[in-house]
Design a protein around this ligand. Structure first.
Ligand code: NAD
Length: 530
């Protein structure tokens, strides 16, 4: 990619939608634009990555880990600059960008620089099958080659790096297609990686919208996609056409269940943050709240009190709690979902004031939201929260599971053991007890959705497993000894095979021992010379 051209324009002369540009959602100012990588540019980037990848894979794993450790130090040194770019592209408060985006990224680096070299070490063991007792089995984890990472705008640093860092550590080259709405932070990450020692062709960034992402699906060896369910389906189909693997981290309509024994003040403040941080634009945000009827009124009162204190404003203002949404078109979706609920009889328990501006949607709590209304049947990706009274825990679980998606969930209770029992009945990739959203930032714990919320995992050892092809090498150390199942068929062979089956799988110890002499004749016989 060529360097970005620096431009500042007024919102009145906005370019056509979906060009890669840094636009401040609070003001509409476009403060930087980037050239689009067309299909040929993407192919060229992948070709460069493919040529550079073998040398990177040949670098010892510990040296690659040292490079990523240095990357983390470079990022730490530029943390304020990074947080400011995120605030000016995404709209979230600077402190939130620092704590969540930069914080989780550093946690990822810390975890993977230790875990990856350990994971990649080849291990051997004996086969546990009696028939293969002579085999020594070695598992080797090999990189895919060029990994394409297609990422969204809501956490534009740690989401792509959740896949890119382990992929690099496992010896892959990475081509990142960041969201067209957050290109600037992708450039900063690229600079830090290159300065730390990742070769330029081993980590590249291609800018553009859907067509650029689609071109990457046409040429990479594996795709890590994070984004909406609709786009995820397109990516899955493109990868299926080429028979290449993909991991999909998609949307969610996550339930929060508040049980009668919960600490209601804690639940209210956690759910307020879990829904309204990042202006509600979090994949694992609490998007539907179900409260046991005996504590419903008190919980609602505490929740509205917690949300009423929030200050809505530009992300660059240190005092802001909730920033603008990222683009007018995202705001329009949440406004339509809100209007649908109101038209069907929902009521507003709270609607905060928000500054004027085309991206602000006032944080809103709804009650009596019908189950067939859009906020209850679709992912709401903005500061809108329906709160619903339920009879008991069974109804809460049934309502919570009544969605096609299953990304994450939370249970709020004074009894953690009971919370875990409820969690086991929820159809979700992860469940938090007495916390919100954190599941997506636990670097050593697998993250990934159930149902239509995705395929595969990031984070933890399962996240490393997604970055490699595992090759099994089974070595026979007894050369010159034929395998029992090789040619040499006949009546005595059949008898010995039958005895072997009894020895391996027979129910009684005596019958297994009686079969042993025949088995020994079978398994220690030298190779038949042909
Ligand atoms: P999106 O699907 O619109 O875009 C995601 C990325 O895909 C962008 O980079 C986009 O340019 C690219 N893209 C668009 N069309 C493409 C195509 N045909 N082929 C390849 N790439 C294409 O999603 P978004 O609006 O950027 O992100 C919000 C969504 O992401 C929400 O649904 C949210 O829940 C989800 N999300 C999920 C997770 C998770 O961990 N499961 C995390 C963050 C966000």
């Amino acid at each position: 990619m060529t360097s970005p051209e620096i431009q500042t324009r007024s919102p009145a002369s906005a370019p056509p939608a979906r060009l890669p540009e840094s636009r401040d959602p609070a003001t509409g100012e476009v403060w930087q634009r980037y050239p689009v990588a067309d299909a040929a540019a993407v192919q060229a980037a992948v070709a460069r990555a493919r040529a550079a990848q073998p040398a990177w894979a040949a670098v010892p794993a510990q040296v690659r880990a040292d490079v990523i450790r240095l990357f983390a130090q470079k990022l730490l040194a530029r943390r304020d600059e990074a947080a400011r770019i995120i605030a000016r592209e995404n709209g979230k408060p600077i402190g939130e960008a620092l704590g969540v985006d930069v914080g989780v990224t550093l946690g990822l680096a810390d975890y993977f620089v230790v875990a990856a070299p350990r994971f990649l070490r080849a291990r051997w063991r004996r086969s546990r099958m009696l028939a293969a007792w002579r085999k020594r089995v070695t598992l080797v984890h090999e990189p895919y080659g060029v990994v394409g990472v297609i990422s969204p705008w809501n956490y534009p640093m740690f989401l792509p790096l959740s896949s890119a860092l382990p992929a690099l550590l496992c010896g892959n080259a990475v081509v990142n297609k960041p969201s067209e709405w957050t290109p600037g932070i992708a450039e900063l990450v690229k600079e830090c990686l290159h300065q730390a020692g990742v070769p330029a062709d081993v980590y590249q960034v291609v800018h553009g919208a859907g067509a650029t992402g689609a071109a990457l699906c046409e040429s990479a060896d594996k795709i890590f996609f994070t984004g909406s369910e609709a786009t995820g389906r397109k990516v899955a189909m493109a990868c299926a056409q080429r028979l290449i693997p993909c991991a999909l981290e998609l949307g969610g309509s996550d339930p929060a269940i508040v049980l009668a024994d919960a600490d209601l003040a804690h639940a209210a403040s956690g759910i307020a943050w879990g829904r309204f941080s990042n202006a509600g634009q979090t994949c694992v945000a609490a998007k539907r709240v179900f409260v046991e009827e005996s504590v419903y009124d008190e919980f609602l009162e505490r929740l509205t009190a917690a949300v009423r204190q929030l200050k809505v404003g530009p992300g660059t203002d240190e005092a802001t709690d909730v920033g603008p949404m990222i683009r007018p078109e995202q705001r329009a979706i949440i406004a339509a979902q809100h209007a649908d609920a109101m038209a069907r009889g929902a009521r507003e328990a709270l609607r905060l004031d928000a500054p004027s501006g085309d991206c602000y949607f006032p944080p809103t709590i709804l009650t009596d939201c019908p189950f067939d209304s859009r906020p209850m049947t679709e992912e709401t990706f903005g500061p809108l929260l329906p709160v619903t009274k339920v009879r008991d825990v069974d109804e809460a679980i049934a309502r919570a599971n009544d969605t096609t998606q299953g990304l994450s969930a939370s249970v709020w209770t004074g009894d953690v053991t009971r919370g875990i029992a409820v969690a086991q009945r929820l159809q979700a990739g992860s469940v938090l007890i007495n916390d919100a959203c954190t599941s997506a930032g636990l670097c050593d714990v697998p993250h990934g959705g159930a149902k239509a919320s995705g395929l595969g995992k990031v984070h933890g050892e399962l996240g490393l497993q997604e970055c490699v092809r595992t090759k099994a090498i089974a070595a026979d150390w007894f050369q010159g000894w034929r395998q029992p199942w090789w040619f040499g068929y006949g009546a005595s062979h059949r008898e010995q095979i039958g005895a072997f089956l009894v020895a391996a799988h027979g129910a009684s110890l005596m019958s297994r021992l009686r079969a042993l002499p025949s088995v020994l004749r079978l398994v220690v016989a030298p190779s038949r010379k042909i």
